[in-house]
Every structure is written in C-alpha cells, then in structure tokens.
Design a protein around this ligand. Structure first.
Ligand code: NAD
Length: 284
C-alpha cells in the first residue's frame, strides 16, 4: 500500500482563504484583527518565522506589528510591555517569539498574556479549557495536527492513537485533543525511548503523531500498516529539512502521511492566523 501524501500547504491555503473572507466581513463591522509580535535578540530562526508570519498576515488582511527588543532587555521591562499590549484595544493577538535569551523566563512572560489575546493558545487558561474539551484559543501546532488528521475524512471515534513526544506545547495538547474526540490515546516520550519499548508502543497506533525533534527516530517498519502518520518534527540534516519519521519506508505501508516540509508547519501558521481572528471576535 502506498500512502496518500497529506498536502499541508493546500489545507493551509484553504483555511487562509476562508479566513480572508471572514476578515472582510469583520472589517465591514469595524473590527480589524491585528497581531503583535514580540521579538527579542537576533535568533536567525525567529527572523525567518517572523517574516513568514508578517507575509501571511498581510496577505489575508491581518495587521501585523513587530516589536523588536535588544537581547539584554530585563524580565520586568518585557513584562511591562506585555501589560501595555494587553490594555491596548487595537491589539487582538500577541505572540512572544521563542527562544528567548537566558535572563528571561519565557513561561512566566507567556502566562502574562491576556488569555483572550493569546494567539498561540499556550497560556494556562487556554490549556485548562483544553482539558475541559472547550479550548477558546487552542495551541496552534496541536490544532494543526487535528486539521491534518481530519482532512483524511477517517472517523476518529474509538481509534487507537500514539503520540510520541510529551512537550507542553505539542505532545500533551495533541493527546488531549485526540482524547476529546474519544480516541484511545497513548503518549510515549524520552523514557519510553530509553526503555527500548518505542517500537512496540508505536505498533499499536492507527493514528501516529510524532513530535520529538530527532531525524528518522521512528523507523518505517515500526508503524502499523494502514496508519495515519503526522510528522511534526523539524530537523536539518545535510542542509535539508526532514521530519522524525523514516518517510521513504513509512509511505509504503501507511494510508496517509504528512511530508516535512509541507505538512504540519504550513497549517500551524494558518492556525495562528485563525486564533488572531478568533481573538479579535472575543474582544469585540
Ligand atoms: P521538545 O523538545 O519540547 O519535546 C520533545 C519530546 O520528545 C519530549 O517529550 C521528549 O520526552 C521526547 N523525546 C526525546 N527523545 C525521545 C526518544 N528517543 N524517544 C521518544 N521520545 C523522545 O520539542 P517540541 O517543542 O514538542 O517539538 C518537537 C519537534 O517538533 C521539534 O522538531 C520541533 O522543531 C517541531 N515543531 C514543529 C512545529 C511545526 O509547526 N511544524 C511546531 C512546534 C514544534
């Protein structure tokens, strides 16, 4: 069996097109969604993300403001700036670009963002609502994973899923979103890997989501035949971007698989835009 390759760019394009129309309607009602992005220091990866976000926002009519700070800014100064954005009625969504320099506590700063302006959906309030099955602004990457799974049209109720990776922003929220759809969900992590039981754990997954950040960690032959595979990982190997799954082998035995690049990443950006529009509506 050869898998159907899930086209993340196409799915993202469809989401953005719908959002563009919704933004036109909102503007007619006097609501202009806007995203304020906070960038600290000179991280080259962040610069690339910021440019891509700026372009995507402009394309569909979201106002994008970039606030750049020197790498030596203090926690207090940045906290005060976030408080100002929280109060500013013109700001719908806020994103704090990671990574931050070591003197800053990113988690504390992220928690200061008003949950109704939390464009990334990572604040404790938004994570809490996810536990209750009613996310207000959901975590972008986990929501992107669900969009990609749903694009297959496969019924989720009662299926067996395996999530590899248990980070706060990807693995854990993805597992919760799957649970909310009555999917029987197992989560593996570094300790599963060290114990050597990753292949057995992965073999159960009719749906497999991998979010680790280690190139080719998941061997194609470990994966259940006919599974849906969502590869979140981004790794640079010999100048090329690859995922966490051994793609060439996996695509021959699965039913659907996301490529890297061109899978989760594109849809994650679309989810950021979607949250910004939702945030604008929440505040109007
Ligand atoms: P993280 O470092 O916070 O978490 C990694 C997880 O992998 C941890 O839960 C850890 O326990 C687990 N792990 C590590 N080694 C393992 C092993 N040998 N076996 C099993 N589990 C192991 O990473 P993250 O922020 O969740 O990101 C994961 C990957 O996804 C990275 O490559 C990141 O770049 C990528 N990512 C992509 C997008 C996107 O939009 N495409 C968004 C966010 C993150």
């Amino acid at each position: 069996m050869a898998a159907e390759i899930i086209d993340g760019r196409k799915i993202a394009g469809e989401i953005k097109e719908k959002l563009g129309k919704e933004i036109e309607e909102l503007k007619d009602k006097g609501i202009t969604p806007s995203l304020s992005s906070i960038q600290v220091g000179e991280d080259p990866g962040t610069k690339v993300y910021v440019r891509a976000q700026q372009k995507s926002c402009q394309k569909i009519g979201i106002e994008y403001s970039l606030h750049q700070f020197k790498g030596d800014i203090s926690q207090e100064e940045l906290a005060n700036f976030i408080a100002r954005l929280n109060e500013d009625k013109k700001v719908s969504g806020i994103i704090l670009q990671m990574p931050l320099p070591s003197q800053l506590n990113g988690r504390v700063l992220q928690q200061m963002i008003n949950p109704k302006k939390d464009a990334e959906g990572v604040s404790p309030a938004n994570m809490g609502m996810l536990v209750y099955g009613r996310p207000i602004l959901g975590p972008c990457t986990a929501m992107a994973v669900m969009e990609l799974i749903n694009s297959t049209g496969v019924k989720l109720y009662g299926k067996e899923a395996v999530v590899v990776g248990h980070s706060d922003i990807v693995g854990k929220p993805t597992a919760l979103l799957l649970l909310n759809k009555f999917v029987t969900t197992s989560v593996c992590h570094i300790a599963t890997g060290k114990r050597g039981t990753l292949p057995q754990c992965i073999a159960k997954g009719e749906i497999l989501v991998v979010a680790v950040g280690k190139a080719n960690l998941v061997k194609g032959e470990w994966i259940k035949e006919g599974a849906i595979v969502i590869d979140v990982g981004i790794n640079r190997v010999e100048g090329k971007i690859v995922g966490d799954v051994e793609f060439d082998v996996a695509k021959e035995r699965t039913s659907y698989i996301t490529p890297v690049p061109g899978g989760v990443g594109a849809v994650t950006t679309a989810m950021l835009l979607k949250n910004t529009v939702e945030a604008a509506k929440l505040q109007s």
